[in-house]
Design a protein around this ligand. Structure first.
Ligand SMILES: [Zn+2]
Length: 247
């Protein structure tokens, strides 16, 4: 489900489009690859249904900033160009986040997987999704335990000796206070932190896949091994991240 940077279509797809089945299928696949993780994927077939058109409209509004989206992708149009651009995925995520931006309260370790993903920085989130997909392909059952968490939860963990910092990459936020975490703790839902996770090679697989995405893995730390922890920034960027968070 990765973004293909050179899709093309013969005829228009979408509202009032020609909708040749093979063109429709190409556009649906690309929309799926670009869309925010919280969206449900379009069924891949040659039918341009109302879901497909709504998704094109949402893309045109949130990525291209169209005030009057036409819901159609033309062979040489702006919408197709944007669909070929990997940056669109980041924009789409970000602008959907602002709309969803509802309740970021309660125990964040109990949020749904979707909400935990939403609590991550958009660029980091795409990489975490790739790690989760790769682990699943390797037969693991990965899930996010903590994405974002509040500074007060961080303080509790610090007091209990479960974290070595009072502010961590898990606490990063946007200036409006919405979560923008640069860290995630990933476990296999069958084993958690039990010894079985290590025996079955889960932590080393997590480290491998995280590093393939250019992420930092806590299992590499010598002073404070944190095998479930992956992050999108270097430890040296912590102060900068705190400042950006307005904390
Ligand atoms: Zn962590």
């Amino acid at each position: 489900m990765s973004i293909n940077q050179s899709i093309f279509i013969e005829k228009s797809v979408g509202k009032n489009g020609i909708n040749q089945p093979f063109d429709v299928e190409i556009i649906k696949k690309q929309l799926n690859a670009q869309m925010p993780v919280s969206y449900s994927r379009l069924m891949i077939n040659g039918t341009c249904d109302s879901n497909t058109i709504d998704t094109i409209i949402d893309f045109q509004k949130k990525v291209l900033g169209f005030r009057q989206p036409d819901g159609r992708v033309d062979p040489n149009g702006k919408t197709l160009l944007a669909l070929n651009d990997p940056v669109s995925s980041v924009k789409w995520n970000k602008n959907s986040n602002q709309v969803i931006n509802g309740q970021w309260t309660g125990d964040s370790s109990r949020w749904s997987q979707t909400k935990k993903l939403q609590s991550l920085n958009p660029v980091f989130r795409v990489k975490v999704q790739n790690v989760l997909d790769a682990l699943t392909q390797r037969g693991f059952q990965p899930k996010i335990f903590f994405g974002w968490r509040s500074v007060s939860v961080q303080q509790e963990l610090f007091n209990k000796g479960r974290s070595k910092v009072r502010f961590s990459f898990h606490n990063a936020q946007n200036t409006d206070g919405t979560p923008n975490a640069y860290a995630a703790d990933i476990i296999d839902k069958r084993w958690g932190w039990e010894k079985k996770a290590e025996d079955n090679g889960f932590w080393s697989a997590l480290g491998e896949e995280a590093k393939k995405q250019g992420l930092v893995w806590g299992g590499d730390w010598t002073s404070f091994k944190d095998v479930a922890h992956i992050q999108g920034r270097q430890n040296s960027e912590l102060a900068k991240t705190k400042q950006e968070s307005g904390l």
